[in-house]
Design a protein around this ligand. Structure first.
Ligand code: PCA
Length: 322
């Protein structure tokens, strides 16, 4: 009798244990651990795991180790993973609203970038939902500037160079600059420079510093052309399958994570620009001539963008006040 009781109790315990076992949630991210967005992703994953009271256990897979960056949107959309981090600009061909993130000179300081994000957010959210993804938070990168192997005084100095592209918009930009766009993912940047696959790139001081840009180039021209963001999304079906409390806890943690990014990005930009200079890269302000030529290209890109999706783009631009 005692034996039978003990067995039943054991069975009951193990059933209970099974029913409360946390669901394993995977969160692939594109960039390495040294980056601010990845640090924020780790803290977010830890926080929502704890706040879910055992409902989910989130594992971050940074540096595209689980899923290659271009595949992350599909992986989240199809539910292969429950969460993911994506550079917004790489979805530019999915819908033009995602291009708000890589348009040169639309927002070149962090206040404007935040305003632009507030303006774009409803449209971005709508398109993500159509793709089966729920927007959780964004993290801005430092402003994007020009890395070369020679000083650049005017746009013509870049003519014919192979320019790294990381999104449909930056490919178009490279065309308009009379350079040849070449898509290269972050981990491959050092090798792409040393083997001559690319001669120039436009990215943040962070990505230059993380990739030790001083090993393969010498000049950084601070054009601060745009301030792009990563977006962290959940598979909508997986998210809706959670208890209301956990959904709320995730949204609360997401709001905190987003605030952390906007707060941290300025200091990060300064620190990483200093690192470039300390390691011997010539950091300089752009000439007026270079800037006006680039700004003209920016105007062309805004017009092309508007023509692609007049309704949504006008909604974004008028909410932004431009
Ligand atoms: N680094 C990433 C995205 C923007 C940035 O600053 C990259 O270069 O791909």
């Amino acid at each position: 009798m005692l034996k039978k009781f003990a067995y039943t109790a054991l069975l009951a315990t193990s059933l209970a244990a099974t029913s409360v076992q946390a669901a394993k949630w995977n969160m692939p991210t594109p960039y390495g651990d040294a980056n601010l967005p990845t640090k924020i992703a780790y803290a977010f994953a830890e926080e929502i795991t704890a706040a879910s009271n055992g409902e989910i256990e989130v594992t971050v897979h940074s540096g595209a180790s689980l899923i290659k960056h271009p595949e992350i949107p599909r992986a989240v959309k199809t539910g292969q993973v429950q969460l993911g981090e994506i550079f917004i600009g790489i979805m530019g061909n999915t819908h033009p609203v995602f291009k708000h993130d890589n348009i040169p000179f639309l927002a070149t300081n962090y206040e404007d970038a935040e305003k632009l994000w507030n303006a774009a957010r409803p449209e971005v959210e709508k398109q993500l939902e159509r793709e089966g993804m729920t927007l959780l938070y964004t993290v801005p990168w430092p402003a994007q500037s020009l890395y070369t192997k020679k000083p650049v005084a005017k746009l013509e100095d870049l003519q014919g160079l192979k320019m790294r592209a990381y999104s449909p918009s930056t490919s178009r930009l490279a065309d308009l600059m009379n350079t040849t766009p070449t898509t290269v993912q972050v981990p491959e940047i050092p090798q792409a420079f040393s083997t001559g696959i690319i001669d120039a790139m436009i990215t943040s001081p962070s990505t230059g510093a993380n990739g030790q840009a001083w090993d393969y180039l010498s000049h950084y021209t601070d054009i601060a052309a745009w301030i792009p963001k990563n977006v962290i999304v959940a598979n909508t079906r997986a998210f809706k399958g959670l208890s209301a409390e956990t959904q709320q806890a995730i949204m609360d943690a997401a709001a905190k994570a987003e605030a952390k990014g906007w707060e941290g990005v300025r200091a990060q930009a300064k620190m990483d620009t200093d690192t470039l200079a300390t390691n011997g890269i010539q950091v300089s302000a752009p000439s007026a001539e270079l800037m006006s030529a680039l700004q003209e290209i920016g105007t062309v890109m805004v017009d092309e963008w508007k023509a692609e999706a007049p309704e949504e783009v006008s909604a974004i631009l008028s909410a932004y006040g431009k």
